[in-house]
Design a protein around this ligand. Structure first.
Ligand SMILES: Nc1ncnc2c1ncn2[C@@H]1O[C@H](COP(=O)(O)OP(=O)(O)OP(=O)(O)O)[C@@H](O)[C@H]1O
Length: 322
């Protein structure tokens, strides 16, 4: 029994300071080292953009978080989520608090063409513990949340637009009720209007923290005085892990990152080379790769006649347009 427990339960450290902590993560394919000692931290309530040139390993990093890496990719280092060590741990072997939901660019891999969207959503809701009539009610309320009409419940994926399908995938991710949502280029195949709907849905999926004063403050610091931290946060560290959600948004679209995220990480040559609030990163990029990305954005904005130094406009509410 003990052996079975240790095979299926991830080691838990209730004093872990962050929601997600990646320490010296290295991913090596049969041909080369993709990640070489990545360190990164995400706190509960944060919306973090992961930027970087094509082929630098952003999607592989996302797969390492979900626990489903390609077989030929070797993994070293440590990943902790909600206090659990999830390094190379299959989702089925993780406690629910340490699972990651993923929204991909390609909705075809996430949705079955043979089942209605209602069937698929209700199946996930049931798997996540909803019961009886609550299953349909919960599925429909998730569609409301991502701004898709409840009428899609009886339709098949092929009957929806790409943007609607992507938002249903966000609803599916929400149904899983995980603490970390990873969205890997969810808007790159969409037109501008659909992109905005998807960004709104993601924004509603991981709302900003209630108390801005606590935003981004490491929980470890909050915990130095337990009484004070409890009254400040209204919760213990463990409660924080359980309640707060975070978003990792992988994108090449700096404008989308600017709208949605509070902070950005830049991945290049196997490492995080820049980690800054998104407004700081756009105003004063430090690494040459970031400088190139920001220069490209400014060129595009000038071409479109927009103000290249426009302030960040974080999204706070999801639209209800279908
Ligand atoms: N299953 C695999 N087996 C071997 N190599 C792989 C595998 N998947 C990805 N790679 C390699 O890993 C590297 C990183 O790929 P990845 O898709 O993570 O990059 P990315 O930063 O997400 O790129 P993009 O921004 O273009 O999506 C690439 O060199 C890619 O060829």
């Amino acid at each position: 029994m003990d052996a079975m427990m240790s095979a299926t339960s991830a080691a838990y450290n209730p004093a872990a300071p962050a929601l997600l902590q990646i320490h010296q993560l290295s991913l090596t394919t049969s041909s080369h080292g993709v990640l070489r000692g990545v360190d990164m931290t995400i706190y509960g309530g944060e919306r973090v953009a992961l930027l970087g040139p094509s082929g630098t390993g952003k999607s592989l990093l996302a797969r390492a978080l979900t626990g489903i890496l390609p077989q030929d990719v070797e993994c070293a280092g440590r990943i902790t989520l909600s206090g659990y060590d999830i390094t190379q741990r299959h989702p089925a072997l993780r406690p629910s608090a340490a699972r990651v939901s993923m929204v991909d660019q390609d909705t075809a891999t996430a949705l079955s063409p043979l089942h209605t969207l209602g069937q698929q959503l209700m199946m996930v809701c049931a798997g996540a513990g909803q019961k009886g009539c609550g299953i349909r009610w919960h599925a429909e309320s998730l569609l409301d949340q991502v701004g898709v009409s409840r009428s899609v419940m009886g339709r098949y994926p092929a009957e929806l637009s790409g943007g609607q399908r992507q938002r249903v995938c966000i609803a599916l991710a929400l149904a899983c009720n995980t603490s970390l949502l990873v969205a890997d280029e969810p808007t790159s195949a969409l037109d501008a209007v659909s992109q905005q709907h998807v960004l709104n849905a993601l924004s509603g999926a991981v709302p900003p923290q209630k108390s801005k004063a606590l935003f981004g403050m490491p929980l470890l610091n909050r915990a130095t005085n337990n009484e004070e931290s409890d009254s400040l946060a209204g919760a213990s560290i463990t409660d924080d892990h359980q309640r707060s959600k975070a978003l990792l948004f992988i994108t090449h679209d700096l404008r989308a990152a600017q709208q949605l995220c509070d902070r950005a990480l830049v991945l290049c040559d196997g490492k995080i080379v820049e980690d800054a609030p998104i407004a700081t990163l756009l105003a004063a990029p430090q690494h040459e790769v970031t400088q190139r990305m920001v220069a490209a954005l400014q060129c595009e904005q000038q071409r479109l006649g927009q103000d290249a130094t426009a302030a960040t406009r974080p999204l706070t509410t999801a639209s209800r347009t279908s």
